[in-house]
Design a protein around this ligand. Sequence first.
Ligand SMILES: Cc1ncc(COP(=O)(O)O)c(C=O)c1O
Length: 421
Amino acid sequence: MGNTRISEMAENLQGSEIIKLAGEIKEKMAQGEKIYNFTIGDFDPKVFPIPTELTEAIINAYENGETNYPAANGIAELRAAVAKFVKDRLNLDYSADEFLIAGGARPLIYAAYQALVNPGEKVVFPVPSWNNNHYSHLSAAEKVMIETAAENNFMPTAEELIPHLSEAGLVALCSPLNPTGTVFTAGGLKAICEAIVAENNRRGPNEKPVYLLYDQIYWVLTHGDTTHVNPVEVCPEVKPYTLFIDGLSKAFAATGVRVGWAFGPKKIINAMKSILGHIGAWSPKAEQVATATYLNLNGEVENYLTGFKSDLNDRLLAFYDGIQNLKDKGYNVDAIHPQAAIYLTVKFDIQGQTTTDGHVLETVEDVCAYLLNEAKLAVVPFYAFGASQTSPWFRLSVGTSTLDSIAACFTQLEHALEKLT
Ligand SMILES: Cc1ncc(COP(=O)(O)O)c(C=O)c1O
């Protein structure tokens, strides 16, 4: 075979860490094993279907022939509907032409990196977090990863970020955060935004500013008394530097529908529109028409979200209570009380313990394998999101779980933990 080398970028591109893990789990399931698989950041449509009215609107749109190219920045009706959604629910004032629609949040994040970061420039982001490492690689940026602390619910603090701001081109934040399901407090976020504004004032008008990417794709899914906060609300001066990432995927269990939106300063939105236009990463036109119709059905949206959030919260609390119960019995486990999204942050601090066959769980991989083999429990270690290899924390996703499966899973888990010495 001849020389097969391709571009440096592609040669060094890493696949998704989570998809790798999923392969092993699928293999076991294919062999007929019952696995409690809580690794997937997605929804089982049988458990969590999209809203009925959205399904109907999508079918109607296809029947009405909405099948040609959409406008490059998204159809006007959808941009207007999303601007209203954001104004009504978050009190954010953005006009319809400060929005860009695309085929989900992913292309928008990619375009944001391309629009905001020069090759070699530094992108600062907390870990654990979702996929910033890959987007940095795709834009040839230098990664500056800040490992966050459990005491801060794994959210970064201004003190942790400030030392890196003077050389940064972009700060990439996410709240509610994947993988933790935790959120920024207003004070915590405000301090970070103020530091970004201060850094840009220091740079002056001729230097490229440091931008803030704020991924709030899970913001609708807050639980209990948790509220979602955003940069512009806590620090209006940061608005010229802030780009929001948002969309339908998680808020309406519509990950396969592919409708996302970004909003922020017009110059950035226009640049992203051109980048994505060349890629053709538009959201399908019929889905855009349908989403515009659906988002304007206020009562139906409210009903759907009330039921959906309550079902998610029930599951998160069932896991949380189960883990607390094991902790009370003396096992080395813990969890952070659920705040938002579809994730629970769980600690299995069992590295160094010994199995019945005398095997020591040396690494987090060993812990994962033990949980999978003995408890039939599959969760994602935080190192898959860039945290250190020894972090005892894991992401547990409830998007595909039923309440019955949670009860059954704890019986197995306790049995597995009991056998360790
Ligand atoms: C934080 C975060 N942002 C963006 C996305 C991607 O969303 P989409 O499916 O709309 O591309 C995900 C998906 O897992 C996510 O967790």
